[in-house]
Design a protein around this ligand. Structure first.
Ligand code: WTA
Length: 642
């Protein structure tokens, strides 16, 4: 069965695209007709990018969980909503039908309410990839609380910063999480994050690894005990809170080019519509298909294409707790065969890392259930694209290269599987409702084809970022002020002779390491916290598997080679430890080069362009270095390159 708003051929794509740009209100209201509303809207779209103010379906009332759960119960009650594959292949998988998931979400909604959670409250969720994570997210949405999921790889300090920024009063977590051979003590990280915190009132803890945890009286409660109380009362329903279309649904923190991570805010109606619409159209989902998105729910991809998009479409979504390389590098292929997965959506970095194991782990797997492959998170190189196409898709599965961002909520540029053409390393064409343009440094539109520039979007799509939490001005300056009247993505792109877009990467100081966004300023701040570090500069460099690696140039007080703190290697490890404490292991520099100075202009600005070139292995053509305060330092840095 297909969906009323499903694009069936390329002619329809062009028709729908034109319609959506000519009259967005007419187009999106026709899509919105196919959702469940408690009350319909007064106005479809009201916007200006100056403030920015973006309102979709103003006046409408809804709850996104009624769209993800209740409305499917009659027809799909016994259909699997969520398939969960554990980290350990010997442990039993779990299947939650729509009916079961509905009941679990309702029960946990009672738990949230019993613990004092109300509409508008911020709930931080820090969990491993277990069904309870999905349940917690949906229960927050059901009671109208604003969830803020924090990826399990972030440190206590990062959580503390996010808790403070969101003024969160509640936390949902696990005792621990399994990831491959590792067992990560999440609750203990939360305990560290809560030292000195006077805002958090309740921490709800579910059991996964049964690691010993400290449970503080009056603050910490066990998930299982709380559920038992609800079960004793026989409660299996929970009335969904009535939300305004523009009420915030969630906050998700993401890195920018400056300072601390920003709390990107998405609102209920527009986000729901756009994630569902793009899920159905990009992957060409057909009822009954099994969709496997390998992202973590701690990132936007997991929010939009493991949970909200698929569930709102009544799809079967597969959630995997572990990692692609454990117990061996055939794990994804095992899962695909085990559940007869139809759609696989993963990251180029995962493909490249699996390629590194050769074809051995792929052999012996059937993979014939696959119909569509997808990638997200970073540019995919042609070699990885062809490997994916040949060895996984067996040249019969269209590959969708989906470009989007935390701030965009859903996919903005991608081919539609089997409907519009693909081109290796090109995201290709915009989705209906999305109006991309390229601009030059001065903000002047670059027209025509075979051109490149900075990628901007001209008008709002339903899941445009609404604000950055508690700091609207930051949202304006970050995204809407670089080029007046445009949303600036921070990415560079080129447009080929067919009008297809190829995303070339960030043009700001944001790195993309294994598909994770990391701000160079954030990493520098963390390194600079380390005693004896005088100053540092961080840039990205091409990395075979991660896409980009982190290269840090560090001035260390006293000579690093001969000092009381041990060898350079020991000091590198110390710095790693500091970065792991301040941000998390994902931000550890791959290379640390000790230098005696950094290339600076006379006004004291670090010339990153030069450092980036050196890190990339370029030794000639470093550009004009005559304006440097001390041009000699460049020679030293070049000679010491790692
Ligand atoms: C990059 C992830 C090339 C891009 C959904 C963007 C991509 C950043 C692609 C957002 C793609 C994402 N091709 N680059 N298909 N998809 N990117 O917020 O630089 O974690 O700005 O959202 O990832 O990362 P984020």
């Amino acid at each position: 069965m297909s969906y009323p708003y499903q694009i069936k051929n390329i002619e329809q794509y062009h028709r729908d695209y034109t319609r959506s740009i000519d009259d967005p209100s007419e187009f999106w209201s026709s899509v919105a007709e196919h959702f469940t509303w408690k009350k319909k809207w007064d106005e479809v779209l009201n916007w200006n990018f100056k403030e920015p103010k973006i309102e979709w379906f103003k006046g409408a009332k809804l709850n996104i969980t009624e769209n993800c759960l209740d409305r499917h119960l009659e027809k799909l009650g016994d259909t699997p909503a969520l398939i969960w594959e554990p980290n350990d292949p010997d442990e039993h998988h779990r299947i939650l039908t729509y009916k079961k998931l509905y009941e679990k979400v309702c029960q946990f909604s009672h738990v949230l309410k019993n613990n004092g959670v109300k509409k508008g409250d911020r709930v931080c969720i820090y969990m491993g990839m277990i069904p309870e994570l999905a349940i917690a997210v949906l229960a927050c949405a059901r009671v109208g609380a604003i969830h803020s999921v924090v990826f399990g790889g972030f440190s206590a300090q990062s959580i503390a910063d996010r808790l403070y920024d969101a003024q969160a009063e509640f936390i949902v977590t696990c005792d621990g999480a399994y990831r491959g051979q590792k067992d990560i003590p999440l609750k203990s990280v939360i305990d560290d994050a809560l030292i000195g915190n006077r805002i958090v009132k309740k921490v709800i803890v579910t059991t996964r690894t049964r690691t010993p945890v400290s449970m503080i009286k009056g603050r910490d409660v066990w998930w299982e005990d709380e559920i038992k109380k609800v079960e004793t009362l026989g409660l299996t329903d929970f009335p969904a809170e009535e939300m305004d279309a523009e009420d915030p649904l969630f906050i998700l923190y993401t890195s920018g080019s400056t300072g601390k991570p920003k709390g990107v805010v998405h609102s209920c109606a527009g986000y729901m519509l756009f994630t569902t619409y793009t899920f159905v159209n990009v992957f060409q989902y057909k009822q009954g298909d099994i969709h496997f998105c390998t992202a973590d729910i701690g990132w936007i991809t997991g929010h939009s294409y493991i949970l909200y998009g698929p569930l709102s479409a009544g799809a079967t979504t597969l959630m995997f707790e572990g990692v692609p390389t454990w117990p061996d590098a055939g794990r994804f292929w095992n899962i695909i065969d085990k559940f007869k997965v139809n759609i696989l959506y993963t990251a180029p970095t995962a493909i490249r890392s699996l390629m590194g194991f050769g074809l051995g782990p792929v052999h012996g797997h059937d993979l014939s259930s696959l119909k569509v492959l997808g990638t997200v998170g970073e540019p995919i190189n042609e070699e990885a694209w062809h490997w994916y196409d040949e060895h996984i898709g067996k040249k019969k599965c269209p590959i969708v290269d989906t470009w989007w961002q935390t701030e965009t909520g859903g996919i903005l540029i991608s081919n539609l599987a089997g409907i519009t053409p693909s081109k290796p390393s090109y995201a290709t064409l915009p989705l209906p409702g999305v109006h991309p343009i390229l601009v030059d440094e001065n903000g002047k539109e670059v027209e025509g084809n075979n051109v490149s520039g900075n990628l901007c979007i001209k008008s709002p799509w339903p899941s445009t970022i609404r604000t950055t939490y508690d700091d609207h001005e930051r949202c304006r300056t970050n995204y809407f002020a670089t080029y007046p009247e445009l949303y600036f993505t921070g990415d560079g792109a080129l447009r080929d002779e067919n009008g297809f877009y190829r995303i070339t990467g960030r043009v700001d100081d944001v790195l993309n390491v294994s598909g994770h966004r990391i701000g160079t300023a954030e990493v520098e701040n963390a390194i600079n916290m380390h005693a004896n570090v005088v100053e540092s500069a961080v840039v990205g460099y091409p990395h075979d598997i991660k896409g980009q690696g982190i290269y840090a140039f560090v001035i260390y007080q006293g000579s690093h080679a001969q000092n009381t703190h041990g060898t350079a290697e020991m000091i590198r490890k110390d710095i790693h430890q500091t970065v792991t404490r301040i941000i998390g292991a994902i931000a550890k520099p791959d290379k640390i080069q000790f230098v005696s100075g950094l290339p600076k202009t006379r006004s004291g600005k670090i010339m990153r362009r030069i450092l980036r070139k050196i890190a990339e292995g370029e030794t000639e053509n470093l550009g004009d270095t005559s304006t440097l305060l001390d041009p000699g330092v460049v020679e030293e840095i070049k000679n010491g390159k790692l």
